[in-house]
Design a protein around this ligand. Structure first.
Ligand SMILES: C[S@@+](CC[C@H](N)C(=O)[O-])C[C@H]1O[C@@H](n2cnc3c(N)ncnc32)[C@H](O)[C@@H]1O
Length: 241
């Protein structure tokens, strides 16, 4: 495949069986608007157009966007050439994406501030493990706490590297996301800042940000998602941590 940009996660889906499973899992109805991140060569976009009322698909790569404009002829399709995760003000019911893996965290932080009904997303297996990580475990990150607070996540099925062209070095998994809470960008920023002190005593880190809480001897990375979000929401001056 010509002109593949690895930093943009351009591993295109070429497996019709996996494509069918994603479309089935999304259960899109004719009155729903679907937002797709990463049009790529349009394999998923075309199928989405057949089942949805309206499809909006973002592609950051100008060449892929132009090719998609020529190839994809659907009345209900709107293509955009922009970085989706820097875009605001979109309205959609369902988010579907074979995510560019280098932007997975951005994608989840972006989804955490959106209003939508559900998402079907392909992510790298290691990233799915981080999303599901529990407090105190090695994999527990700011994104784990954010995901636990904002989404109910269900692992649907695994996808082998042979389902892509070119093949990635990692295995993938398709997950279903149902939003449970939204947060502000400020809270996400504060949460990331708290986690930059993951090995420090949580009460001390919070006190430095003028948030008075008592978590005993627990470290930041031992706090439950709800506690972390509560502290992150209470911080007004991030520079003080
Ligand atoms: C893993 S590929 C998936 C392409 C196609 N949907 C498929 O399933 O084969 C990810 C696509 O996302 C695009 N992309 C990367 N970052 C993006 C961003 N911030 N906004 C929109 N598209 C992006 C890449 O250029 C690439 O085409």
């Amino acid at each position: 495949m010509p002109n593949i940009t690895k930093t943009l996660g351009q591993h295109m889906l070429v497996d019709a069986r996996v494509l069918g499973k994603i479309i089935d899992a999304a259960r899109i109805s004719k009155n729903e608007t679907v937002l797709e991140a990463g049009t790529g060569r349009g394999i998923l976009t075309a199928e989405l157009c057949k089942v949805a009322r309206h499809v909006v698909s973002y592609e950051v790569d100008r060449k892929l966007y132009q090719q998609a404009q020529e190839r994809l002829q659907f009345q209900n399709l709107e293509l955009a050439n922009a970085d989706l995760f820097k875009t605001t003000g979109l309205r959609f019911d369902v988010f579907v994406s074979n995510l560019p893996y280098s932007r997975s965290r951005d994608a989840f932080e972006w989804l955490a501030v959106q209003k939508f009904n559900r998402a079907i997303v392909m992510v790298q297996e290691e990233f799915a493990d981080k999303l599901a990580a529990r407090p105190g475990s090695k994999n527990y990150r700011a994104i784990s706490a954010l995901a636990a607070h904002c989404f109910a996540i269900e692992r649907l099925f695994s996808v082998g590297r042979q389902s892509f062209q070119p093949q990635p070095k990692v295995e993938s998994v398709v997950i279903r996301i149902v939003p449970t809470n939204t947060v502000t960008k400020e809270t996400i920023k504060n949460l990331n800042l708290l986690f930059s002190k993951r090995n420090k005593k949580a009460s001390t880190v919070a006190a430095k940000a003028r948030v008075k809480v008592d978590f005993g001897s627990k470290r930041v990375d031992q706090l439950a998602p709800g506690d972390l979000i509560r502290v992150a929401e209470s911080i007004s001056n991030v520079c003080s941590i």
